[in-house]
Structures are given as C-alpha cells and as structure tokens.
Design a protein around this ligand. Structure first.
Ligand code: NAD
Length: 245
C-alpha cells in the first residue's frame, strides 16, 4: 500500500476527471458524529426512527428523534477544511464532482457546485401528499409532526430512509461520474452502506486510481485502495492542497 503525499499530490495535479466520494467521516471535524462506533449517533438514538414504515406509523416519535439529530444538532454545524479543499479543487478545474453519502449540505455550503447526493439532503422537507418542498426555517418544528401549509399532510425530510430507494438522478449521475473518473478520492467512509459503497469499486474497475483518506482502515483499504493516507480529512487534504500544482 502506497502512502506518499507528494505522489498523491502529483496524481491529483495531473488528473483529468477526478471525483471525490465522501462519507460521514468528512463531517466529523464539523462536530457531526458518524452513525456507527462508540460515539456514533446510533449509540444515542434508535435507528428505527429513520425506518420508512415506522415513520408512517409513528410520525411524532420519529420526528422527535429527527428534529433532535438533524435540525437542532446538524443545524449548528458548519463546513470544515476538508469540505473547503474539495470546493477549491473544483474551482481549479481538478475535481469534476463530489458524490456524497452525507445529507448535511456542508459540501454546498463550502462552495462545491457539482454534488451528487446519494442519500438526499436534510435541509429540505417535502410534503408526502403534494410534493411541495420547504427549507427548515419555513417550518414550525416546535409542533411535531410538521405539516404542509396547503394540504396539512405530514412533511418528511428529503433524505433516504431505511427501506427507501436511492434518488434516481443522483444514482445515475454518480455511477456515470465513477465510470468516467481517472482518480477517486475516498474520504471518511467505511464502505458499508450499499449501493453507495460500490462507487469507488466501479471507478477502480474502469481504471481509476483510488486514494483513500480515513482515520481507520475501511472495507476499501485492502483490495480497492491504491494510496491510503491515514489521518483526519481536513489535515490530510490541506497538506495535499498545498502541494498540488
Ligand atoms: P460511517 O459512520 O459508516 O463511517 C465513518 C467513517 O469515517 C469511518 O470509516 C471512520 O474511520 C471515518 N472517520 C471518522 N473521523 C474521520 C476524520 N476526521 N477524517 C477522516 N475519516 C474519519 O459513515 P459512512 O460510511 O458515511 O456511512 C454512514 C451513513 O450514514 C451514510 O450513508 C450517511 O448517509 C449517513 N450519515 C451522514 C452523516 C452526515 O450527513 N454528516 C452523519 C452520519 C451518518
């Protein structure tokens, strides 16, 4: 396994169609914990609150957890150096797209323009009846569940619940971007959530160099990854950015 930072910076400088594939780890330094692990969100909340059937049957209970995790808590977070470097690489013309599993909107807040959200976005709520969408500030989250102002039906956050399909356009565009990529930066993901987890593998199958940045080894490290850079996403990416031509 290769680990040389300068070699990685040179590959990035010479790339023609690089993409980034990001997971919960890139937002850890923004104060948003991942789902898994000892400090993960599932150590405090029951994952069933994000199960689609449970949501329909128990909207108030589901919404209590959703509000606490995604609006009271995520709402306070702001982007970090890792999100920023990806936006700068795009501005330099080196990064074609970010494919993210995250739903926190931090890539866009950092300035990334082409972001394919595999699992949707928490910063949009949609009416399950008429499809009207709202931003969180337009909705009264003190009275749960929040309802559409038109037809009084329940609003659902526009991210993918357990038991729900991947948004078609994001799926198609992500897969195409993976197939077209010559380099893929895999940042802060265990690679356990399917079908998103196949993006780096699909890129590799089509000839891409896989550069992984993670504090721990992942499902990719042994077998898919060509360069493994161990450490915090912002520290590693900021160092690399300083070396990119
Ligand atoms: P995960 O929770 O399975 O794994 C997080 C990964 O990040 C781990 O491999 C961990 O070693 C690594 N990591 C932790 N801190 C890091 C740091 N500072 N720098 C680099 N890497 C670091 O996350 P996942 O693979 O993305 O899958 C979980 C699912 O949970 C995703 O589908 C996502 O939709 C969702 N999720 C999203 C958010 C968010 O939007 N911020 C937060 C939690 C979960």
């Amino acid at each position: 396994m290769k680990k040389d930072l300068q070699e990685v910076a040179d590959i990035i400088s010479n790339s023609k169609g690089m993409i980034a594939f990001t997971g919960a780890g890139i937002s850890v330094e923004s104060g948003i914990p991942p789902f898994r692990g000892p400090d993960g969100l599932w150590s405090k909340y029951d994952p069933k609150c994000l199960d689609l059937d449970y949501f329909h049957l128990n909207p108030v209970e589901s919404w209590k957890a959703i509000k606490s995790i995604f609006y009271d808590f995520f709402g306070e977070a702001s982007y970090n150096g890792a999100h920023k470097v990806l936006a700068q690489l795009e501005e330099k013309g080196l990064l074609k797209a970010v494919v993210t599993q995250n739903i926190d909107n931090l890539h866009q807040e950092a300035g990334s323009k082409t972001v394919y959200e595999f699992h949707g976005n928490s910063q949009k709520l949609v009416c399950l009846q008429c499809g009207k969408s709202y931003v969180p500030s337009e909705v009264n989250l003190n009275k749960l569940p929040p309802k559409c102002e038109h037809d009084k039906k329940i609003l659902k956050p526009d991210f993918v619940f357990f038991g729900e399909g991947i948004p078609e356009a994001a799926y198609r565009k992500s897969l195409q971007a993976a197939r077209d990529a010559d380099v893929v930066l895999v940042i802060g993901t265990t690679g356990e959530v399917m079908p998103a987890a196949m993006i780096p593998t699909e890129a590799k199958r089509n000839g891409a160099v896989v550069i992984e940045i993670n504090t721990e080894e992942s499902n990719y490290t042994d077998g898919v990854t060509d360069y493994f850079l161990q450490g915090k996403a912002s520290e590693i990416l900021e160092k690399i950015y300083g070396m990119v031509k």
